[in-house]
Design a protein around this ligand. Structure first.
Ligand SMILES: [Zn+2]
Ligand SMILES: [Zn+2]
Length: 423
């Protein structure tokens, strides 16, 4: 893309931004403004958001989003397209309609900066888990912003002094998804309707401006920028203030230890099958005595770590083939074709017998799994894939003998640019 700007009318430090890649998570009220700011600063922008634009929030979005033409479009794809004419020469913008659960640590690690513009605590906590799983020296800077009524805030961190979870009240994170059954699969609840948070478009755009300013200052290397929170308070108590957040005692986020070593698998989770992964891992470990842990997704205080092969229709009770990861399965997914056609809903009030669930994958796993791609088996793009060697240990009492090696697919960060939807 050729730039439309006259460089003489722009800041002298602008070339510092040309090589920078920024990932913006959330492309709504704050994210659309943040994307506009970063693109105009002269950096590349990627966006992730599963949602689409609605008319009722039109007064909160950046003017790059057109009203009413863009109503109904996926936010991330739409904003990436709308900012494209504003990009600096050589820069790119790309949007992916996806839930954050579809991304792993290695995609996040491939950016220079991440701006987290989401308003729910579960997504912030999940992002923090991914972020803290990245070895410290490869962590990008993270900027997290938010609004409350007319107030706006933004915090920037390098992942060395405190984590994002240090900034969240643990009480906000307590409402884990209710289990629908005492046995069987963990079925992820569809994220509930958020309570309406009243905030203005002005507060959203100021939050995005604060984030952009923190990013700008970090890139030009200004002093006392990192690990600070900036807060804007509207009239009648107008103020702009800077504070230094403190690490939280016993923070579960700070306890996450990134793997010491990450080995490479050739290809990406989109094209490597389980069979191929088993071969590549066996070559790397020089043994066939290992198992690959099914991806574990910790979301809203619930761990989803199983792959469901078979279950029963949760409407009529008939056996069905599922072949989905627990964390990507919702209750209505557990229905037979007849019940889907007849629009019968899955029932919460019945305790169905447990299905067939795998927690580890080996060469002895169900043959149908061998030709499935790692992504279809539940591994996100950029996942850390945990491989466990028991070395003769019988159970976890024998922990000392069990070793874990982490693998990742080398093509995953690049593949992010080849998709527009992840589901
Ligand atoms: Zn922490
Ligand atoms: Zn049925």
């Amino acid at each position: 893309m050729e730039s439309i700007y006259n460089p003489l009318k722009l800041s002298v430090y602008r070339p510092l931004f040309r090589e920078k890649k920024v990932l913006i998570i959330g492309s709504g009220a704050v994210g659309s403004y943040a994307a506009e700011n970063i693109a105009k600063m002269g950096a590349s922008v990627c966006l992730v958001d599963f949602d689409s634009f609605t008319l009722e929030n039109a007064a909160k979005h950046s003017g790059v989003v057109r009203t009413p033409e863009d109503v109904g479009r996926y936010k991330a794809i739409c904003v990436a397209e709308r900012i494209r004419p504003l990009l600096e020469e050589g820069c790119v913008s790309h949007g992916v309609a996806a839930d954050l659960c579809m991304l792993g640590p290695e995609v996040i690690a491939s950016y220079d900066g991440v701006i987290l513009c989401v308003d729910n605590y579960a997504a912030k906590a999940l992002f923090n888990d991914l972020y803290m799983s990245i070895p410290e020296e490869r962590r990008p800077i993270v900027i997290m912003d938010g609004t409350h009524e007319e107030m706006a805030q933004s915090v920037i961190l390098d992942g060395k002094e405190f984590c994002l979870r240090c900034l969240l009240d643990e009480k906000w994170l307590e409402n884990g998804a209710a289990r629908t059954s005492c046995s069987g699969a963990q079925i992820r609840e569809i994220d509930g309707v958020q309570e309406i948070i009243r905030t203005s478009g002005l507060a959203s755009s100021i939050a995005a401006n604060l984030s952009a300013e923190q990013f700008r200052a970090a890139v030009i290397g200004a002093d006392q920028v990192m690990n600070r929170r900036v807060t804007y308070t509207a009239y009648p108590h107008f103020e702009l203030s800077v504070s230094r957040p403190m690490p939280k005692k016993n923070c579960p986020g700070c306890h996450i230890k990134p793997p010491k070593e990450i080995r490479k698998l050739t290809g990406s989770v989109f094209d490597v099958t389980l069979g191929e992964a088993l071969n590549q891992i066996s070559e790397s470990l020089e043994t066939r005595d290992f198992e690959i842990a099914v991806h574990s997704l910790f979301y809203k205080n619930v761990m989803y770590a199983g792959f469901i092969l078979e279950d029963v229709c949760h409407a009529c009770g008939k056996p069905i083939t599922v072949m989905r990861h627990e964390g990507r399965t919702f209750l209505e997914d557990l229905r037979c074709e007849d019940c889907i056609r007849e629009k019968k809903h899955a029932r919460r009030d019945v305790d169905f017998p447990p299905g067939r669930i795998e927690y580890a994958l080996t060469e002895k796993s169900d043959p149908r799994l061998m030709s499935m791609k790692l992504f279809e088996l539940g591994y996100p793009l950029g996942a850390h894939i945990r491989v466990i060697q028991r070395n003769g240990a019988f159970d976890f009492l024998d922990m000392d003998r069990i070793t874990t090696t982490v693998f990742t697919c080398t093509d995953d960060p690049a593949q992010f640019y080849n998709v527009e939807h992840l589901r």
